[in-house]
Design a protein around this ligand. Structure first.
Ligand code: IMP
Ligand code: MG
Length: 176
């Protein structure tokens, strides 16, 4: 285990098994459809890569990069740093997130995708921190619920570090 990690919350094995379950469920739910998986950079990349192996559909992938203004918790708006590469007009979108925390990012990005003409938008998130929710919004598919702790790994970072850890763990308090 990495020396900055206090405790592993979700093991690599558990993440892979859950991706398989979610992938099969999405395959069933979207039968006959050609959804576009839209991952939010950068945290969602490892999760999308694992999840899509288990989605047996004729799908496409795309990426967006968004960030909160200033990164302060009090500010509720998000800025689009990188837009989609292709049109999503009349498409079924599956938005792939690393974690739903306050819910602000999700709300803005869903609105944005509908403005772009998406037919439907559903959300799959590796993690959910329900205690922190400010905006009334939930992911349609959730990997794991986590307590109100700062977590890193499997894509999630602290100051761009720890994204490469193969598990999700609680970062030691002295590290941030
Ligand atoms: P929201 O708009 O507050 O739901 O923000 C979600 C975003 O905040 C996620 O996509 C993460 O980038 C980041 N985030 C929230 N909680 C954590 C955490 O515990 N560790 C790392 N990043 C987090
Ligand atoms: Mg993020």
């Amino acid at each position: 285990m990495h020396p900055d990690i206090q405790e592993i919350l979700v093991s690599e094995k558990a993440i892979i098994a859950r991706c398989e379950e979610l992938g099969k469920k999405i395959t069933k739910d979207y039968e006959g459809k050609k959804p576009i998986l839209v991952a939010l950079l950068k945290g969602s990349v490892p999760f999308m890569a694992e999840l899509m192996k288990y989605i047996d559909l004729d799908l496409e992938i795309d990426f967006m990069d968004v960030s909160s203004y200033d990164g302060t918790e009090s500010v509720g708006d998000v800025r689009i740093n990188k837009d989609l590469s292709n049109s999503v007009q009349d498409d079924d979108i599956i938005l792939v997130e690393d974690i739903v925390d306050t819910g602000r990012t999700l709300k803005r990005v869903i609105e944005f995708l509908y403005q772009k003409g998406a037919k439907s938008v559903k959300v799959v998130s590796l993690l959910d921190k329900p205690d922190r929710r400010v905006v009334k919004i939930d992911a349609d598919y959730v990997g794991f619920k986590v307590p109100n702790e700062f977590v890193v790994g499997f894509g999630l970072d602290y100051n761009q570090r720890y994204r490469n850890l193969p598990y999700v763990g609680i970062l030691k308090r002295e590290c941030y």
